[in-house]
Design a binder for this molecule. Structure first.
Ligand code: CO
Length: 472
């Protein structure tokens, strides 16, 4: 969209948000819903409904409850504010000026605090916002989980800092765009990505968008000098898209053709990106193929390549972070958001707090706003409570992957032979096709037999990076 178009777009979005909200709160719809499920207590009127119907009603009730609590004037105003703010944020980031964005962010934070009051919460105002993205999770639960992950990752990071650095210069060079795109198509096809139902394009920031299980599109980006940036974006967004393609189209328009939560969505992208795309068996098969596209990689052996794509180094930008520092980037944002929403931190104090935490967790100090608190779009969209789902995605992915590995003890051998369809089918059967039948926590329990826990994730990181860097 051209820059000048953003004001009109903000007005359109404000209007649409108002209309959608009004339709949702329409008394006919609310009455019908209430005749099937008591909106107040959540008790089903007819106990004999099937699992599918129960799940649909439960989610429709949840949506109705949220919608009924928010006045339409609030919804429209928030839609206009955030639409304008995204535009201002993009400008501010270009100009590297937090001061330009700060007045908008102040309005957003104040409206989010109001939103959390309107929605209601038990213990912490952030609970109400977190629940919008990851239903059933609380701030205190996240704090506890993140505390454990922070402990592990900072300790691994310290050990890596004392280890020998890894050679990775061959991942940077002049890689022709068309070759990278051809290889990306090949990767997606081997994952089972159906190009009759999706497509791959280029954009500034990689993303995936799905309109229907038969129309699920992704983008990647090509930094001319970076080989792996494009590959990991393709695997990541491809993972998101496979989830959407695996939903049951028969249930389109209902919660059963909808993803469980943002965290579960992210588990699908991270699973393909990291557990497969950064694994040795995967590159045992794909490195020789990659070399046919980029012969300059010929002298690189599998071990050297595997080490390079898993190299750990603290850096400023979250989306470029390695597996170890990634969680720390997210935890930092969670801590800032939590304080903003509870009112213990002012917007004007964000840059200083950001840099302080960055130095504490990663040992590096950003020197500009663009490489610190202006780097992500989320706050300008009014999306606070969203960031924790990125780490949850890794936690869910690890638990799911352990369950998969238990069932397919020969997975490494099969992946090394270039076979990937069996993983996609397993995910489709156990996660994708179920839509919102189960909550995130229930799904974890159903698939793994245990409750949500950081254990599998932490064990995986410890083992992998111990081997990679050879520390005790
Ligand atoms: Co993602």
């Amino acid at each position: 969209m051209p820059t000048m178009g953003s004001k009109l777009r903000a007005e359109q979005i404000e209007l649409m948000a108002g209309i959608i909200h009004k339709e949702r709160n329409q008394s006919n719809f609310i009455k019908s819903l209430n005749s099937l499920i008591d909106l107040e207590s959540g008790k089903l009127v007819n106990d004999k409904l099937g699992t599918d119907q129960k799940a649909m009603l439960k989610d429709w009730r949840r949506q109705a409850q949220i919608s009924l609590k928010l006045p339409s004037s609030f919804v429209s105003e928030f839609a206009r504010l955030t639409s304008e703010s995204m535009h201002v944020w993009a400008m501010a980031r270009k100009e590297n000026s937090f001061l330009t964005f700060a007045p908008y962010l102040e309005k957003i934070v104040s409206m989010l605090r109001k939103k959390s009051d309107l929605l209601g919460f038990k213990d912490h105002p952030y609970d109400a916002l977190l629940d919008l993205y990851e239903p059933g999770f609380t701030t205190s639960e996240i704090k506890l989980l993140f505390g454990k992950i922070k402990k592990t990752t900072t300790s691994i990071l310290l050990k890596i800092a004392q280890s020998k650095d890894v050679e990775c210069s061959f991942l940077h060079g002049n890689f022709p765009k068309d070759k990278l795109l051809q290889f990306s198509h090949l990767l997606l096809e081997s994952l089972g990505y159906d190009f009759d139902k999706g497509r791959l394009d280029l954009s500034q920031h990689p993303f995936s968008i799905s309109l229907h299980p038969f129309d699920s599109r992704i983008t990647t980006r090509i930094h001319n000098d970076s080989l792996f940036d494009c590959i990991s974006a393709v695997l990541h967004e491809g993972g998101h898209s496979l989830y959407e393609m695996g939903l049951n189209p028969e249930h389109y328009g209902t919660p059963l053709c909808d993803a469980v939560s943002l965290g579960i969505h992210e588990s699908q992208s991270r699973l393909w990106e990291t557990r497969i795309g950064q694994s040795k068996p995967f590159w045992y098969h794909f490195l020789p193929i990659l070399k046919t596209y980029f012969p300059e990689l010929d002298p690189i052996d599998l071990n050297t390549f595997y080490q390079a794509i898993n190299r750990v180094e603290p850096s400023f930008i979250r989306v470029e972070a390695d597996e170890i520092t990634y969680s720390l980037h997210v935890i930092l944002r969670f801590e800032i958001e939590k304080q903003l929403i509870e009112g213990s931190l002012k917007v004007s104090e964000i840059p200083e707090t950001w840099n302080y935490l960055m130095y504490n967790y990663l040992g590096i100090k950003p020197s500009t706003d663009a490489e610190s608190c202006l780097q992500d779009i989320h706050w300008s969209m009014g999306a606070m409570g969203y960031f924790p789902t990125y780490v949850l995605g890794n936690v869910f992915a690890s638990q799911f992957f352990e369950a998969f590995a238990k069932e397919h003890t020969d997975w490494e051998k099969r992946v090394a032979e270039g076979e990937l369809g069996f993983l996609r089918k397993w995910l489709e059967k156990n996660i994708h096709s179920l839509g919102k039948t189960y909550s995130a926590k229930d799904l974890v329990k159903k698939m793994t037999g245990s409750s949500l826990s950081e254990k599998d994730y932490v064990t995986y990181l410890n083992k992998k990076y111990q081997e990679l860097y050879g520390f005790a």
